[in-house]
Design a protein around this ligand. Structure first.
Ligand code: FE2
Length: 289
């Protein structure tokens, strides 16, 4: 085993850990290699959360998840916007692409937002898929005006050409919120909420381009972390890997990000064993949690 292939945390045979990553963007230069070498269990019983933006092509997404599922005892996936991208010439788009990915995950034992919620260390782990509805904007401005103002400032998400032509995203978001809240309301006890998009608006305050918040979540999840007993919220999307406490809940951004972004922070995060991020740990052999 060479130096880079070492697990990031010193193996402790007595414990198992739930790790989290997001925004692996394995098609970006050098990222696949970092995932291959750096996202490995410290112990065979370890689990891994992958909070969206693995890649754009279905085959690349599923191949990556398969190789992770071969290493970790359990992989839990939630989709990001990049997973939903398609081109006009593709056979499947938007909702059909999501369904295709869910089926692919289920065929290899990867848990999705459509599966029963697993438990780890006494917490319910909740992979979610809630999208965005452009509601993180000035409430006095309409969605149309906010989007065209963003465009005027040069901020246009690829989502507008790779998702929006195939589905009404705010409407899809609304349906996902209904589905998720119905399931969450049946959960009792502490939770770890997992979503590609952040759940609370506070974490978007760090955005260099504030318009990006239009594509980054929905105001309707703002009270969910407290309402649904979250100890930790795992998210990605912003490519700003920080921990923020809001209303007593820890919100952790676990992105790898694009080369220019990760080069600024990854070495320090890895030195401190914060990437992949260790969400929970418990003595091995307590799988009943
Ligand atoms: Fe991303």
């Amino acid at each position: 085993m060479d130096d880079d292939a070492r697990p990031l945390t010193a193996p402790d045979a007595g414990r198992r850990t739930l790790w989290a990553v997001s925004d692996l963007h394995v098609a970006a230069r050098g990222n696949r290699d970092l995932v291959d070498r750096g996202v490995r269990p410290a112990n065979p019983g370890d689990w891994l959360i992958v909070a969206g933006d693995v890649a754009e092509r279905t085959s690349t997404i599923l191949d990556t998840l398969r190789s992770l599922a071969e290493r970790f005892a359990q992989v839990i996936w939630a989709p990001g916007n990049h997973e939903l991208f398609s081109r006009a010439a593709d056979d499947v788009h938007a909702e059909d692409k999501y369904d295709e990915l869910v089926k692919g995950c289920q065929s290899m034992g990867v848990l999705t937002p459509e599966d029963p919620y697993p438990r780890f260390a006494g917490r319910t782990i909740v992979p979610m898929f809630t999208l965005y509805d452009h509601s993180w904007r000035d409430p006095l401005v309409t969605v149309e005006r906010a989007l065209s103002a963003a465009e005027g400032n040069g901020v246009v998400f690829t989502d507008q050409v790779a998702i929006a032509p195939y589905v009404d995203v705010p409407l899809w978001c609304q349906r996902r919120l209904g589905y998720t809240v119905r399931r969450l309301s049946k959960v009792s006890g502490p939770t770890v909420l997992v979503n590609h998009w952040p759940l609370v608006r506070e974490v978007t305050a760090r955005l260099r381009l504030p318009e990006v918040a239009l594509w980054s979540g929905t105001r309707h999840t703002q009270d969910w972390p407290v309402r649904f007993g979250a100890e930790t919220v795992i998210y990605g999307h912003l490519h700003i890997p920080v921990v923020t406490e809001v209303d007593g809940v820890r919100h952790v951004e676990v992105s790898l990000g694009y080369p220019r972004e990760r080069e600024r922070t990854l070495d320090q995060r890895r030195e401190r064993n914060l990437w992949p991020y260790p969400v929970l740990t418990e003595p091995a052999g307590e799988e009943a949690g």
